[in-house]
Design a protein around this ligand. Structure first.
Ligand SMILES: *Cc1c(COP(=O)(O)O)cnc(C)c1O
Length: 392
């Protein structure tokens, strides 16, 4: 990556991170040592949850979270179309079907009003989902209370996909603390904090945590209380279900723990850059992302939406920014429009709010090490691009 290029997101790595990983690398354990457990306890504490289960990615934890809630063939999982494909694919891994609920045009999160209508119709048709996966898009929490009350009324479980939202709060409490069965985080480098690759599930329910832990570790248990046979000795373990090798390594946990110490700083920095964007971008023909009064966002993304008259200009504006070393990105291509999902019966036109949003959005660079002068350059180039677009 050239020095001048400004990506839309980027990890922040310090000497302390490097030291922590090197220390883990020369310790007795490269995997299945003490750091993973420490990292789990730290994330559980941050989320005010009783249990946490680490894995090698958020995609893996989404998979085991669905399995822990009993998702299987014949079941349906609902999520938002405005997300990374992993939020939907996890249901298909379990042999279940996926469907989507359209988004709210202000928060770009799954819309509670649309959810209410769709649940009502699904109940009449006898096709209620088993699980709803609520994604806190860009780090802005969904209106969880509304989603939770609807889900409860229809007997639907909730998984919060908080891949973007570690450190975010809903009505003053950490995401995952209250309005779901399981909440998951991603530590991919582009997210709010990183363990290189890595994910974590948090929950208040012991049985869900135990199931997820077993599934991450090959479906194997050594817990004497769970064994089907009396243990003949300490070598003994039993495979009771089909699990996976989804383990997190000690190196990943070391980096995660080290990053966690700076999480509050990361979010503070993101929030102050957002305030600057608000000042620098006012008066332009774009909609800026907001923060609802129930939300404290971790600001993983800063998605702007071009005014409707500029819809056709999104691609040229994107290219202009890229040509000028500004790495904008588009979050997200609606999942249901992917060829793989079209083969499964979905098509353009099915979730119009998400599709309209997709056609006009661009995510501007936002990450802790973005400097004020880089941010100014982003805004200057965007202004040029918009000026040209208006003339076209
Ligand atoms: C990044 C992301 C994931 C997947 O995370 P990985 O850790 O890369 O597997 C899942 N859901 C959402 C919304 C994401 O942004």
């Amino acid at each position: 990556m050239s020095d001048d290029f400004i990506p839309y997101g980027r990890q922040s790595i310090t000497a302390a991170d490097v030291e922590a990983v090197c220390e883990a690398l020369t310790s007795d354990f490269l995997t299945q040592g003490p750091l993973v457990g420490q990292f789990e306890r730290a994330i559980a504490k941050l989320s005010q949850c009783k249990y946490a289960v680490a894995a090698n990615s958020a995609t893996s934890v989404l998979h085991v979270a669905c399995l822990a809630l009993g998702v299987g063939a014949g079941d349906i999982v609902w999520t938002t179309p405005n997300t990374f494909i992993a939020s939907a694919n996890c249901a298909l891994y379990c042999g279940a079907d996926v469907d989507f609920v359209d988004i709210d045009p202000q928060t770009y999160n799954l819309c509670p009003v649309q959810l209410a209508q769709k649940l009502d119709q699904a109940q009449s048709a006898g096709r209620l989902p088993k699980v709803l996966i609520a994604v806190h898009f860009g780090g802005h929490p969904c209106d969880m209370r509304a989603l939770y009350e609807l889900a409860k009324a229809y007997g639907v479980h909730i998984i919060e996909d908080a891949s973007h939202a570690i450190g975010a709060k809903y009505k003053g409490t950490p995401v995952g603390q209250r309005y779901s069965d399981i909440c998951i985080f991603s530590f991919h480098p582009v997210k709010v904090m990183t363990s290189a690759e890595g994910g974590m599930a948090v929950t208040q329910h012991e049985h869900l945590a135990e199931r997820m832990h077993t599934l991450v570790h090959q479906g194997v248990t050594k817990n004497k209380l769970e064994l089907e046979t009396i243990s003949p000795g300490d070598w003994y373990y039993e495979q009771q279900v089909l699990g996976f090798n989804y383990r997190m390594t000690e190196l990943q946990a070391a980096l995660g723990l080290s990053q966690l110490e700076r999480l509050a700083h990361f979010i503070e920095r993101r929030r102050s850059l957002v305030q600057r964007y608000y000042q620098l971008l006012s008066g332009l023909p774009i909609q800026l992302p907001g923060e609802a009064d129930y939300a404290f966002s971790s600001w993983h993304l800063f998605p702007i939406v071009l005014n409707e008259v500029l819809t056709e200009q999104r691609a040229p504006i994107f290219k202009y920014l890229r040509d000028h070393q500004i790495g904008t990105q588009v979050h997200y291509i609606p999942v249901h429009t992917q060829p793989f999902y079209q083969q499964r019966g979905f098509d353009w036109g099915m979730f119009p709010v998400a599709e309209d949003y997709y056609k006009r959005t661009l995510s501007l660079p936002l990450y802790p090490d973005l400097t004020e002068s880089q941010q100014q350059r982003v805004v200057a180039v965007l202004r040029e691009a918009l000026d040209q677009a208006v003339i076209l």
